[in-house]
Design a protein around this ligand. Sequence first.
Ligand SMILES: C[S@@+](CC[C@H](N)C(=O)[O-])C[C@H]1O[C@@H](n2cnc3c(N)ncnc32)[C@H](O)[C@@H]1O
Length: 279
Amino acid sequence: MSGAETFRASADAYDRHVGRYGAQLASALIGFSRIEPGVRALDVGCGTGALTAALVERLGAANVSGADPSEVFVEACRRRLPAVEVVVAGGEALAFGDGAFDVVLSQLVVNFMADAEGGVREMARVTRPGGHVASCVWDYAGEMTLLRAFWDAAREVDPERAAANDEGIVMPWCADGELAGLWRRAGLSEVRFGPLVVCSGYADFEDLWSPFPTGVAPSGAFCKSLDDERRAALRDAYRRRLAVDDGPFELTARAWAVVGAVRASASEDVAQSVEGDTP
Ligand SMILES: C[S@@+](CC[C@H](N)C(=O)[O-])C[C@H]1O[C@@H](n2cnc3c(N)ncnc32)[C@H](O)[C@@H]1O
């Protein structure tokens, strides 16, 4: 099963899993992208609508659209935000005209695109010249505590398969500055990047664990694939690594954000392309 396919399951399970961080992360990404009232925005890979809802709050439903290839998630987003246009589409092929939006964002999506550079170019195509394309990805290899501790625990109980699925290893865009390189390769200019740190509260360990066995997201799919004995061992190892007891606790999560501008003309394109590609 590809990473993208793991988001065709339950929208509720997603919201109880990494979706918990979505609203805070959306606010941080909007702030980082310096989105002003009055602009028209598209949320690519909108999922159940965490970023879409935050955009609606600032810009109004008439100025926000969403797109996601998962029909289950699109349905959930439409239920949550009935006045918003939400279409079933991947980021690599968006059914919108050239320059239709002032800003196009994607939250935790680029790693799931089959063709990330093509996807970023497509996001830039539907953004007007001078508008912005922004995104963020989890710091899977470092400070995304929920997932980092999960994969470290998984490697204790099934080392080979866990190493082959560990998002800190298999996700192409998860180190500081990597997204900036991708943004420049996709033709964006004035690229800025930096960390976003958010947190989520849990009632207890069960509150955190319960979405994993549903199979949602790559971590959930791995958990679901284990036999009962190994799943129980994973649960114990994970809890030990997080060092949490039966009471409430909080976890922090770091993401890397990027924003770049769509070039205004072909001549600017040529001028900028000689600038180099260092993050
Ligand atoms: C981790 S979820 C993030 C959802 C939402 N943006 C959020 O912050 O809660 C990843 C999302 O990317 C979507 N996705 C997978 N492949 C995609 C693609 N090629 N283009 C756009 N979205 C994609 C999935 O369906 C899923 O909704």
